[in-house]
Write a protein that binds this ligand. Sequence first.
Ligand code: GLY
Length: 556
Amino acid sequence: MRRLICLLVAIGCVLNGREPVRTRKAMVTAQEPIATEVGVDILRKGGNAIDAAVAIGFALQATYPFAGNIGGGGFMLVRFADGRSTFIDFREKAPAAASRDMYLDAAGKPTRDSLVGWKAAGVPGTVRGLEYAHKKYGKMAWAKLVQPAVDLAAKGFPVSYALSRSLNGEGTVRLLSQFPESKRIYVDGGHPVDSTFVQPELAKTLGRIAKSGAKDFYEGETARILAAEMAKNGGLITMADLAAYQAAERKPLEGTYKGYGIITAPPPSSGGIGILQMLAMLEGSGYEKSGHGSAAAIHYVAEAMRRYYADRSEYLGDPDFYKVPVKGLLEPGYVRKLRESIDKDRATPSDVVKPGKPVMGEASGETTHFNVVDEAGNAVSFTYTLNGGYGNGVTVPGLGFLLNNEMDDFAAKPGSPNMFGLVQGESNAIQPGKRPLSSMTPTIVTKDGKFFMAVGAPGGSRIITAVMQVILNVIDFGMNVQDAVDAPRFHHQWLPDRLEFERGVSPDTLQLLAAKGHKIEASRPVVLARVEAILRSAEWLEGGSDGRQNGKASGY
Ligand code: GLY
């Protein structure tokens, strides 16, 4: 009997929860339902996962202005059906006129210019990245992939409750009302539920992109309008910056956890190294034996988080500008020392934890993530962003899209916190042409050499720990993919020395954690990222679209 009870406790998470969406052949999970269906439609018409990702990337610009973008940048991780994988980096870059101290006032204090307004924008990478991915790996005609977004913008679509609530949020209205074009498009009229949202300027911009590709955005009419408005409004991005922007194809980082393969984001993402280093600290520790959600398990994982974020503050940056010690940060002996420094019973105060010494050889952070798995077995894990929700608040007159405030992901003042409270170092200081460090962590997990799971999230610095917890929930705690993304999460990022929690963690668990020395802010319920995931089980593709968001998993 005792053994049965133990077993039931151990697998309790399997016995209750929300069922994932199940399909046989192909699936999309995205944070906005219309965009999900755009992707599924492309797959049904014979497009592959890369084609569907391109179409979703454009569609979200029309349906999800909060984070969907052609004015931002991001990462696309692909695992092909034959086992190869690649990573397309279309992260924004600092304009040529950017400089190290550009966001400091006369007293050396960071200003808000990295967050709001024309100066906050990095050179957008999304259109280049989508075109690069399509040219090299897509199957369908480019114009066919952009057309659904053109139609959504030109003909409009019914405003959902989620979109109306987002556009009418106090912070959104405050941000966007500072800029007349943004106010006109997104604020005026209030966009009530079920009204039709038509975006004629965006439709024209997307129409040009459908016809001429990235050339329009970086060298053609869109580039000319963008650069002229930048010059008029004190922004830094020039025609030369736009023409020079190229996406980079990089080798994904690869590692393992308990025999599963982990394929994930290399620098300038800090996420892949984070996932791999933290998983390596956890593997073999036996932390999971205390059970999901137990104070002991949360404590141990939080201590691993604390140690990784200390390293992140010092050693991560754009690999084209700074030699990131990837190997050193993941070297087993180095990780073992980090693990050995974890006290199973006591929190180590963050002022005691310093960035380690590896062998030398980047709120409501808003971003969006989607996954696609096609009939052939190709998988895409895709995260892109404007950084803050609605980016820097600026809509370029005549172009109909918002610009990013990605410049805030740089260390405006090395050693001072950014909008995510992240303290970062010289490795991520501003330099012309440099990409700011990111936390975006598109990840694909394999099992026995085959696709097992695609996972990722928006959420700024919380992305990395959220993606890792979903992987742990599946592998260590046997949850289905929907339960795994819905389960309450926690987060520690070294500085500030604070353990954050979502609703759903019991008060006595929090008390036990406080007794171990953790600084708990339970009075302030937070949402720690919104995860999208697709998992391959023996017979099914199983989709988990985060219950914290009005997204959708769909397929056939
Ligand atoms: N802008 C959020 C990130 O890239 O981490």
